[in-house]
Design a protein around this ligand. Structure first.
Ligand code: HEC
Length: 140
């Protein structure tokens, strides 16, 4: 894996540029199977490992050094496409954490946040849906 160090470096630069010190500070507790992938395979575990560092354990968000929106009863989560695009393409202060996950992992965590924290949106996405969204995100 000759390219791995560069991928890791790029990720560090992206996080640094976005001022996402929170995730970096939490890196010690994030368990990864390699330099750029998470090993968790269900939505709850992925949320705990990745998302809650910024969005907080109950997804209520936080305002302090940065502004991390609440995902509780968040109407924007009605659109699975929107959630996938945020994870795969990033959104302003949010890095594209989906780059560090498999299609199945992205699908699991998208489905998890859309059906927890007061969200009850129908229409679970599959790994194939994520693969299609990922092609779109990288084609931009
Ligand atoms: C490094 C911090 C960070 C991490 C990690 C992170 N987010 Fe975010 N997220 C943000 C920030 C900041 C925003 C607000 C972006 C903006 O609109 O300025 C955001 C926005 C979002 C939004 C859009 C919410 C809305 O109503 O506009 C969703 C959905 C979301 N994140 C889901 C997730 C999920 C799911 C994960 C884990 C897989 C995750 N985030 C991990 C920082 C983070």
């Amino acid at each position: 894996m000759k390219r791995a160090p560069f991928v890791g470096l790029a990720w560090t630069v992206v996080l640094g540029a976005l001022g996402a010190a929170r995730l970096q500070a939490d890196n010690a507790t994030i368990s990864m199977s390699g330099p750029t992938t998470f090993k968790q395979t269900d939505g709850a575990a992925l949320f705990q490992a990745i998302c809650q560092g910024c969005h907080m354990p109950n997804a209520q968000g936080a305002v302090g050094a940065g502004s991390y929106p609440s995902l509780v009863a968040d109407e924007k989560l009605d659109s699975a496409d929107f959630v996938m695009s945020v994870l795969l393409g990033g959104l302003k202060g949010m890095p594209s954490v989906g780059d560090m996950m498999s299609d199945a992992q992205v699908a699991d965590v998208v489905n998890y946040v859309r059906t927890h924290f007061g969200n009850t949106y129908p229409g679970a996405v599959s790994a194939a849906d994520v693969a299609a969204a990922r092609r779109q995100a990288t084609a931009r």
